[in-house]
Design a protein around this ligand. Structure first.
Ligand code: SF4
Length: 384
């Protein structure tokens, strides 16, 4: 019998589900807290729910994590999971610890249809949208796995970035309830400032996100003019730069931060020359008459087979950053993390990158999975 995976619901959705079972709406809060705050997947362990409700839930619902195909731990503390989403597809999730935060990079689609030139996921092609449950399951699993690993009942993941595989705004109807679970005080209680949606520039959905669930926004820019961006980010042909920057400006009054992050992947000889920096400065400072409130994040490109692209050298990145800084643009260079496990930006496709023969590799990974993956057992300690 088909039963509902409760990871599919934000709190409102769970309240409706409870009402349909003939239960009071507030039962949803108890249930939601058990699942997300305590990592409990077994209804019979939810001791403050009436036994009759626990029994009923056991027949109509379940809480299911995604099967883990592999986990890799970098020497710098970065952890990468490969999750099985069925039919030969897998998605990756990466945890990046820093001294003052723990960031989880989450995937929103199996593959991606945008096809950015510098992105290994884009080369893989598009398979399907993830469900809300599959997006939330990445956070649910990672948070409670890491609490068990670090033997803490405190929250480990403080920030979420929707920067894994896929274009989140092309999976909007699943994305928004997932964001609401992350933000809900009865769920993960993350601040809007600490949840970031990264988009390649789906302008129409940026406007909807501003009204439905405004969180921090990052935009993959990567080029200072339409000709180059058409080539690097094909979506630019539909939403060219001026339209994209206009959408950023419309988003800002709703955003939890007073700037938009603009991601710029540094590609040797392609977009990293002094004249590219000058074009970028002119584009951003002239926008709307007063300039766009933004921060530039320069990302060293991680080469992958058949990309035909090279990473800018350190000197070129530093010179590019310096030119932007001298013009008054706030600019940072992203540190690469998890290089030894291919978890750095733009590398999130790994073994599933080449879809030719993907099912053979998936079978091999599944066979390995049972032998070396440490499975997380839901903790029973109640978080205070
Ligand atoms: S960079 Fe993002 S939007 Fe572009 S192909 Fe990769 S996953 Fe898709």
């Amino acid at each position: 019998m088909h039963t509902a995976n409760l990871l599919d619901f934000d709190l409102e959705g769970l309240a409706v589900f409870c009402e349909r079972l003939g239960e009071k709406r507030f039962r949803a809060v108890q249930l939601f807290r058990w699942i997300h705050q305590r990592g409990q997947a077994h209804f019979h362990e939810m001791s403050d729910l009436a036994k009759s409700l626990r029994d009923k839930l056991g027949t109509v619902a379940h809480v299911a994590a995604l099967p883990v195909l592999s986990r890799q731990d970098s020497i710098d503390g970065t952890v990468k999971w490969l999750f099985d989403v069925g039919n030969g597809d897998a998605v990756e999730t990466v945890f990046i610890p820093e001294h003052d935060r723990g960031t989880l990079c989450i995937s929103s689609q199996a593959g991606c249809a945008v096809g950015c030139r510098f992105c290994s996921t884009g080369h893989q092609g598009f398979s399907r949208n993830l469900t809300t449950a599959e997006i939330v399951a990445q956070l649910w699993f990672a948070e409670h796995f890491l609490r068990a690993k670090f033997q803490t009942t405190d929250r480990v993941i403080s920030n979420v970035v929707m920067m894994g595989m896929g274009e989140p705004l092309q999976n909007y109807s699943a994305l928004v309830p997932a964001l609401k679970v992350m933000l809900d005080d009865h769920g993960y209680g993350l601040s809007r400032r600490r949840v970031t949606v990264s988009t390649s520039g789906v302008v129409s959905m940026m406007d909807r996100l501003a009204s439905d669930c405004p969180v921090a926004l990052a935009v993959s820019l990567h080029a200072p003019n339409d000709d180059l961006r058409d080539h690097l980010v094909p979506l630019n042909r539909k939403y060219p730069l001026q339209e994209l920057l206009d959408a950023c400006a419309r988003y800002l009054p709703h955003a939890p931060r007073d700037f938009v992050t603009l991601e710029y992947c540094m590609l040797a000889g392609v977009n990293d020359q002094p004249h590219h920096a000058d074009q970028l400065i002119a584009l951003l400072r002239s926008h709307g008459g007063q300039g766009l409130s933004c921060k530039l994040n320069l990302i060293p490109f991680n080469p992958f087979p058949d990309s035909g692209l090279m990473c800018s050298d350190k000197e070129a990145v530093a010179a590019f950053a310096q030119r932007l800084l001298a013009a008054g643009l706030v600019t940072t260079v992203r540190k690469t993390r998890g290089d030894d496990i291919d978890a750095a930006c733009g590398q999130l496709a790994g073994d599933v990158r080449d879809r030719t023969g993907a099912s053979t590799r998936m079978q091999a990974l599944r066979a390995q999975a049972t032998s070396h993956v440490v499975q997380w057992v839901p903790p029973r300690e109640v978080r205070t």
